[in-house]
Design a protein around this ligand. Structure first.
Ligand SMILES: [Zn+2]
Length: 279
């Protein structure tokens, strides 16, 4: 029997991602602030369809919006670590990166009463130290890499990557990867972002994005008996009216295709159970 799952994940970044890029003036701050308007809309929709999701929240946002974070947990959703201040790990020393991770966990524990088992790096950028730090701190899974589309896998440690030489793959670890993709992330499709050295155009028509997102699930359905596809949304992005309609159509379309909605933690345990049975 086929077992096809979908993880709807939400990175509740608020203004932290913009602030971490140096955008601290009132307009970018207000742009992130819209996430707090959008979040209850998303929670209401998830409740209507009885879907449990995984939310990744930086510590500074947990402290900015404690009641919203408490509501996320009270409604049965998983909450994962997304660092403290949304600074990409590549910009941090190993000690700073571990401090960000631990402060993020502390904030989540304080307001949700739960220690996160999953981690998603800010801006999907792992440093060479991240895997060691996550293993040392007992994380079950991480979700920032792209080596598969719809199957979790074990994260490696000790790869040797040198220009002009074949890859030397390191050893597999106990840390499980829940792979992601920019194509299944709302941000690059929808957000116009002007930075000193780049412009991301975004602002795409939601119907085209919806078609892509459903077709990735359709491909999995046609080619696999077991799989889990992860979608990544940000409340301040997906929360605009036409995109909320798209999210609703995505949920309806996935239900029609036989998707089971599951949290990231649930999907990792399902994969581990399958690995144990050696199916
Ligand atoms: Zn983020």
């Amino acid at each position: 029997m086929k077992q096809l799952m979908a993880c709807l994940t939400f990175d509740f970044d608020g203004m932290s991602g913009l602030v971490a890029r140096g955008l601290t003036s009132p307009t970018p701050v207000s742009r992130g602030e819209f996430g707090a308007v959008a979040l209850p809309r998303i929670l209401d929709m998830l409740k209507r369809y009885d879907i449990k999701s995984s939310f990744f929240i930086p510590g500074v946002i947990v402290h900015t919006y404690p009641q919203l974070c408490e509501r996320i947990v009270a409604e049965g959703h998983e909450v994962g670590n997304h660092g403290w201040s949304h600074i990409p790990t590549g910009n941090l020393s190993a000690a700073e990166e571990e401090d960000e991770l631990l402060r993020g966990t502390e904030a989540l524990f304080k307001f949700t009463g739960k220690k996160p088992v999953g981690y998603r790096s800010p801006s999907w950028d792992l440093s060479p130290n991240t895997v060691d730090i996550l293993l040392r701190n007992g994380f079950l899974y991480e979700s920032s890499m792209m080596a598969h589309d719809h199957e979790p896998y074990r994260v490696r440690q000790g790869d040797v990557v040198e220009l002009g030489k074949p890859m030397v793959f390191g050893k597999e670890t106990d840390l499980i990867e829940m792979p992601i993709s920019w194509s299944l992330d709302d941000f690059p499709h929808f957000e116009f972002l002007r930075l000193p050295n780049s412009v991301s155009p975004g602002l795409q028509n939601a119907s085209g994005v919806l078609e892509n997102w459903l077709n990735d699930f359709e491909y999995m359905r046609r080619t696999c008996d077991w799989g889990v596809l992860t979608y990544t949304c940000h409340p301040y992005v997906i929360g605009r009216g036409h995109r909320m309609l798209m999210l609703e159509s995505l949920i309806e379309g996935l239900i029609e295709k036989g998707a089971n909605f599951i949290t990231m933690e649930g999907a990792v345990h399902a994969w581990l159970a399958r690995e144990t049975q050696n199916v």
